[in-house]
Design a protein around this ligand. Structure first.
Ligand SMILES: Cc1cc2nc3c(=O)[nH]c(=O)nc-3n(C[C@H](O)[C@H](O)[C@H](O)COP(=O)(O)O)c2cc1C
Length: 234
């Protein structure tokens, strides 16, 4: 097992450099991207792998609001992900202020589904987990990640893979600019209610939520298994 700490690995250029190059490439192909969303952080350069190692799921946030310009940077990062036929299936619904408050109320309704998971999480964790899902660590921003509803299995597979890539871009960009985030699918139980509140069109489905804000904790990275994840065939 390997415990990653930021700074241990390096590939020599920053994630934002990488995204900026990709963006330049997109612009070179005459696809319109607003200049206002160009990436630039002012944060010292970290390598892509440094950023990956520094990203942890954050479950406690400060009340400091996240400036809109930073959310726009995250959307730019999200938009740079690969997708089948470049179909960019992802759309993000960003809840702040009153929408964020209403989303919290809906999440509270969903916590009774936790009972089904008590045997997994253990009774002693129950209180903590209940608080986490009710409050989402006081995250000032919650992003609902959506993709189109389809009966086509391949399109569905492509949609999930592309949207997962797009979400990871967003999480890494958030890390680089000092924001914390947590991916969550526990919202599955109440995703219809959340979609209604955020006015997500019926032809799209919410696949995950991202809690976002300035971190108020610095968790230890959960261990990672590296040795056994690859099978080499020569
Ligand atoms: C698809 C997906 C769904 C997840 N759902 C939840 C969730 O519902 N609640 C939660 O607290 N964390 C959730 N997580 C975060 C994982 O628990 C976390 O990524 C994992 O434990 C590794 O920790 P790290 O993100 O700090 O590296 C989810 C992560 C992924 C990728």
């Amino acid at each position: 097992m390997l415990r990653l700490r930021s700074g241990e690995l390096s590939v020599g250029f920053s994630y934002m450099d990488f995204l900026s190059r990709a963006l330049a490439d997109v612009m070179g192909r005459n696809i319109c991207v607003e200049h206002s969303t160009l990436l630039s952080t002012g944060v010292g350069a970290m390598s892509v792998v440094d950023v990956m190692a520094r990203r942890h799921s954050i479950r406690a946030y400060s009340s400091e609001p996240v400036p809109l310009e930073l959310i726009e940077k995250l959307m730019t990062a999200a938009s740079l992900a690969p997708s089948a036929f470049n179909n960019q299936p992802w759309r993000y619904y960003i809840a702040t202020g009153e929408s964020r408050r209403k989303l919290g109320e809906i999440m509270v309704q969903g916590t009774h589904f936790l009972e089904d998971y008590l045997h997994v999480i253990g009774h002693e964790m129950n209180e903590w987990v209940l608080k986490w899902y009710s409050e989402l660590g006081q995250a000032p921003v919650v992003i609902a990640c959506t993709l189109p509803v389809t009966d086509d299995e391949l399109q569905n597979l492509n949609g999930y893979l592309a949207t997962g890539s797009s979400i990871q871009n967003m999480l890494l960009a958030a890390t680089e600019i000092g924001l914390g985030s947590c991916y969550l699918t526990f919202s599955y139980w109440v995703s219809d209610e959340i979609a209604k509140m955020l006015e997500v069109p019926e032809d799209r489905t919410i696949v995950a939520l991202i809690a976002l804000g300035y971190p108020e904790e610095d968790p230890v990275a959960p261990p990672r298994e590296v040795q056994s994840i690859a099978v080499y065939r020569d």
